[in-house]
Design a binder for this molecule. Structure first.
Ligand code: TXA
Ligand code: MG
Length: 316
């Protein structure tokens, strides 16, 4: 299925109005968020949500994040808690997703949660995402706007490369400033890190005043994005490289001689913002392999190493 003509809209009042109308009509639109581009649909509309899975080639058992304009609106869909309020006060709008028990009266398509008793919900900070959510005035289910298993998109061009002909429209909001997906925290029991992401877990722990429970590798897949071999470029990926081997290009970090550098000064925030962009760019050059410099495991380094180790994992 790639028969639609995909319209690219500038994120002005008219573009946002048109995209909100498309959502209301059950269409699919890609929208910029501060983390990565999302592939949005009306989360209450079964057919529209089903089309997300079809457009991405995503397994139906992998649930979606719902995006809303404010923490107050989020409470229409999930059972709220004091901990949720504290995290929302500190990090919303922003790159944090909370997983909370879904309300019986949420009114969302069951496809959104893949029938789990919990819902992943987020209030994005990007002004274009905020404007669209307010104009649409409803919950938007949105996974990253890439084909399943491929690198997440941080520009409208990445979305066009992956999904053109499969979605109605793209709102072009430029490059995503954070560059990696949101941090996902499970709040059904003790606060648990389900996916490292754009908010450093140290910062979340500082607000909670206690360490996050770490998801055990042997636990059942509570966040199926945890599947290995996710975010895969075409080239094979080798981590912690200090030298390159024949056929490889080096994706550097810090003061190294390389094809592309995530951050010459060793800044992890800058490295996160560049990560998917540089992976897309290197992949387009068609090397046999991408070697990646060591990246420290602090702050956003956790999310960067998480995505890179998936890119390096054996392919299914
Ligand atoms: O930054 C982001 O989070 C981006 C932007 C578009 O918001 N979205 C994103 O969505 O990364 P996606 O679908 O690529 O990743 C969402 C992850 C998946 O790994 C999914 O399994 C997990 O969230 N997830 C969704 N609902 C869940 C739930 N109820 N419990 C546990 N994990 C859940
Ligand atoms: Mg994704």
């Amino acid at each position: 299925m790639s028969s639609l003509s995909t319209t690219v809209h500038t994120p002005d009042t008219a573009g946002i109005f048109r995209c909100a109308e498309t959502l209301s009509a059950g269409g699919l639109i890609a929208l910029p968020t501060e983390t990565v581009y999302g592939l949005g649909a009306d989360a209450r509309n079964d057919t529209a949500v089903a089309r997300i899975f079809e457009a991405k080639g995503r397994p139906r058992f992998n649930p979606l994040i719902v995006h809303v304009a404010s923490a107050q609106i989020a409470q229409r869909y999930v059972h709220w808690s004091d901990t949720a309020q504290r995290l929302a006060d500190a990090f919303w709008p922003g790159a944090l997703t909370l997983v909370l028990p879904i309300r019986d009266d949420a009114g969302l398509s069951p496809l959104v949660t893949a029938e789990l008793p919990t819902l992943a919900i987020r209030v994005p900070a990007h002004p274009v995402a905020q404007a669209l959510l307010r104009q649409f005035d409803g919950p938007v289910a949105a996974p990253s706007a890439n084909r399943s298993g491929k690198i997440s998109p941080t520009t409208a061009q990445h979305v066009i490369d992956g999904l053109s002909g499969r979605i109605e429209a793209i709102l072009d909001g430029g490059a995503c400033p954070v560059g990696v997906e949101s941090t996902i925290i499970g709040l059904s029991g003790t606060p648990t890190l389900l996916r490292p992401g754009g908010v450093a877990s140290e910062d979340i722990e500082a607000v909670l005043g206690s360490p996050l429970t770490q998801r055990n590798q042997s636990d059942p897949l509570t966040a199926p994005g945890q599947m290995l071999s996710h975010y895969a470029p075409g080239a094979r990926v080798r981590l912690n490289a200090t030298t390159i081997q024949p056929g490889e290009m080096l994706l550097g970090f810090g003061p190294v001689d390389c094809m592309l550098n995530l951050s010459e000064t060793g800044n992890l925030v800058e490295a996160a913002a560049n990560l998917f962009h540089h992976l897309h760019a290197l992949d387009a050059m068609g090397p046999e392999g991408i070697a990646v410099s060591p990246i420290p495991m602090t702050g956003l380094g956790l999310a960067i190493n998480d995505r890179l180790s998936r890119a390096a994992a054996p392919r299914p």
